[in-house]
Design a protein. Structure first.
Length: 154
């Protein structure tokens, strides 16, 4: 079929319609092959991570509200970091859920040996009333304190 005649006042088409279909058609591209797949992570055991924190760091404030200020998202982000980041020797911190849980427990144990985090050292005036907690340990600053500024190796 050809196109209908132009309405009054409209210009004629630049090129008339063709009797044959176009030979320059493209198949839909398969973007799933060209795009890297997002890595699959084991489900984040939010409650087990909090239980490890409570078991190891008994003197620090307890986690009471799991849904406060996106806490589950922050725990899941920390979980992904444990499963994707590498240690200074180039090896992964963890590759399975079991390894990640063990690494996180060791992380909390390592935090226990940091005098600043545990409030056993003298603090500057700006930090005199500051107290380490679960949320801090999940932050970039907390990871630096535990991994880099603590004597035991992580």
């Amino acid at each position: 079929p050809t196109s209908s005649p132009p309405e009054a006042g409209f210009l004629q088409p630049l090129k008339p319609t063709s009797d044959e279909p176009s030979l320059n058609h493209q198949e839909p591209s398969d973007t799933s092959l060209s795009r890297p797949l997002a890595p699959k992570f084991p489900n984040c055991p939010h409650d087990l991570i909090v239980q490890s924190y409570h078991a190891v760091l008994t003197e620090l404030p307890r986690v009471k509200l799991m849904d406060s200020k996106g806490r589950k998202d922050k725990i899941a982000e920390f979980w992904r970091w444990v499963l994707t980041s590498t240690k200074s020797d180039g090896t992964r911190r963890a590759t399975t859920a079991e390894e990640a849980q063990a690494w996180i427990r060791a992380y909390f144990e390592r935090a226990r040996s940091n005098d600043f985090l545990m409030g056993r050292s003298n603090r500057s005036e700006g930090h005199s009333t500051w107290r380490c907690d679960f949320d801090f340990l999940l932050t970039e600053k907390g990871k630096i304190h535990v991994v880099e500024k603590t004597e035991a190796a992580a």
